[in-house]
Design a protein around this ligand. Structure first.
Ligand code: NAD
Length: 500
């Protein structure tokens, strides 16, 4: 059993002030494999105090940009050094396959490098023409202050890094609270930041539950910004807790993401194979526990039967098992709660008239699938319609629903018929149609003839209830900054507005 001291405040590792601990379960067998500190509101207070003192001392915000960028680059190097160990940790904690875990580490290292390059490329500010030779006016960017970061369990290391890298590049200090069920890779990242030379008090970590640690961070008067990634219900609570303090709030919430396939994309054998293959990937990678999962297939009626038949055939062949085993293509769900939630959505869809084409239940245990693991078969539900719960709500499991359309307008209306707006895709061989449809989709990321890729240089975030603000790209850095106008009068004289 791994026993980790997981609270980090002011440069020192310690246990929870209450002495409480939590067992971390391996979702592949449901058995505990690690023990971490179960922090509480008092631990959050101590960590915020450390972050506040480190910020107010001015040491990190005042560190030259080149030194901050160098630290981010050293961290990227350490992530690459520890790639296998981190991928294994993520696999055991979150149920990912090792290949997924490695890909996450690579993306995280890229994000650290990207934000290092971005701040280095910036000039000293934007000079404004004040219309006078005796005025020098410049707009500059400064760190926000103490940032609270609250992250989910599906991409623990990646989501934490999309916040930590830009926050540090901009000169902030922070307290991060990872999901209580998958804290281990964030603990490892904080240790790497210390190894890279980050001064004490700049990076702080509290492991523990959302309703205590998370809620305290969101409302804490000494926190200047709260950046949250997680579900809609918790996101609303975080925004409400932060509101009285008028803190800056960034929210990355859920999605119900359409994958629109026009018949013309399937005209050639190669086009058909690619569209089916990517629809499979869109829906089932990481067992569908992806905020941008393409969980709604919206396919042109004329190709529906052929498309769904092939998709279902391939879904049934996905090799489910413990993420660390060779040959396994898909791991378990992260928890029993997530498995039961998936089963509930499948049952409700079937009760509402959906037709099961593949999967739909827990698989039999096998050599790579222990009996206690939280596995669910990749599931394809045909003949779905917009009034079903499974179409409207985020399942966050391996469930793909199928809806159909006859016209382009109908396809766009279906794809936009969601309260979310995180990501979506359109598949077509007609370039003009691709651009037209992409322009009409109300989603923060639109893929044309692809699904899932993202770039650290390009903003990530959602329309509607998928969130507020953006991560990655220049906007991802701007989240962690205040903007200041400095107006310097080089020849001050009385203004004589008042005569007396
Ligand atoms: P969750 O909302 O249950 O938990 C997320 C985090 O919030 C956890 O650390 C949790 O402890 C904390 N939390 C819970 N209640 C809180 C409260 N009242 N105050 C403060 N913190 C609280 O989400 P989850 O189940 O861990 O993650 C899955 C969700 O995350 C899905 O909805 C998914 O779409 C979303 N997500 C979004 C993105 C994105 O980029 N938009 C990325 C990954 C995940």
């Amino acid at each position: 059993m791994l026993t980790r001291t997981t609270i980090h405040a002011d440069g020192a590792w310690r246990d929870a002030l209450s002495g409480e601990t939590r067992e971390i379960l391996d979702p592949a067998d449901g058995l505990p494999f690690a023990v971490v500190a179960e922090g509480g509101a008092e631990d959050a207070d101590a960590a915020v105090a450390a972050a506040r003192a480190a910020f107010d001392s001015g040491a990190w915000p005042g560190t030259p940009v080149a030194e901050r960028a160098a630290l981010l680059r050293r961290t990227a190097g350490l992530l690459v050094r520890d790639r296998e160990e981190l991928a294994l940790l993520e696999s055991r904690d979150a149920g990912k396959t090792l290949a997924e875990g490695r890909a996450d580490v690579d993306c995280v290292a890229d994000a650290f490098r990207y934000f290092a390059d971005l701040v280095l490329a910036e000039g000293p500010g934007r000079v404004v023409d004040a219309g006078s030779d005796t005025v020098h006016s410049v707009v500059v960017h400064e760190p926000v202050g103490v940032c609270a970061m609250i992250t989910p369990w599906n991409y623990p290391l990646l989501q934490a890094s999309w916040k930590i890298a830009p926050a540090l590049a901009a000169g902030n200090t922070f307290v991060v609270k990872p999901s209580e069920i998958t804290p281990l890779s964030t603990v490892a990242l904080i240790a790497l930041l210390a190894e890279a030379g980050l001064p004490s008090g700049v990076a702080n970590l509290v492991t523990g539950p959302g309703h205590t640690v998370g809620a305290r961070l969101a409302e804490h008067p000494d926190v200047d910004l709260v950046s949250f990634t997680g579900g809609l219900t918790s996101g609303v609570k975080v925004a409400q807790a932060a509101a009285p303090g008028v803190k800056k709030v960034a929210l990355e919430l859920g999605g119900k993401n359409p994958n629109v396939v026009f018949a013309d994309a399937c005209r050639t054998a190669e086009g058909f194979d690619t569209a089916v293959d990517q629809a499979l990937n869109a829906a089932f990678i990481h067992s569908g526990q992806v905020c941008s999962a393409g969980s709604r297939l919206i396919v042109e009626e004329s190709v529906r039967e052929r498309f769904v038949a092939e998709l279902s055939r391939r879904a049934a062949r996905i090799r489910l098992g413990r993420g660390t085993e060779d040959g396994v293509e898909c791991g378990p769900l992260v928890s029993l709660a997530q498995l039961e939630r998936t089963e509930e959505y499948v049952a409700s869809a079937l009760a509402e008239g959906a037709v099961l084409r593949s999967g739909g239940r827990r698989p039999e245990p096998s050599a790579t699938r222990p009996a206690g693991g939280y596995f669910h078969e990749p599931t394809v539900l045909d003949r779905c319609h917009r009034r079903m719960r499974v179409i409207r709500e985020e399942v966050f499991g391996p469930v793909l629903t199928v809806e159909t359309f006859h016209t382009e307008d109908e396809a766009v209306a279906l794809a936009n018929d969601t309260e979310y707006g995180l990501a979506g895709a359109v598949w077509t061989a007609d370039a003009a149609r691709a651009r037209r449809v992409a322009g009409r989709l109300r989603h923060g990321t639109v893929w044309i003839n692809d699904f899932h890729p993202y770039l650290p240089q390009a903003e990530w975030g959602g329309f509607g209830k998928s969130g507020v603000g953006r991560e990655l790209g220049p906007s991802g850095l701007a989240e962690y900054r205040e903007t200041k106008h400095v107006y310097q009068n080089l020849a001050p004289r009385p203004v004589r507005w008042f005569s007396g």
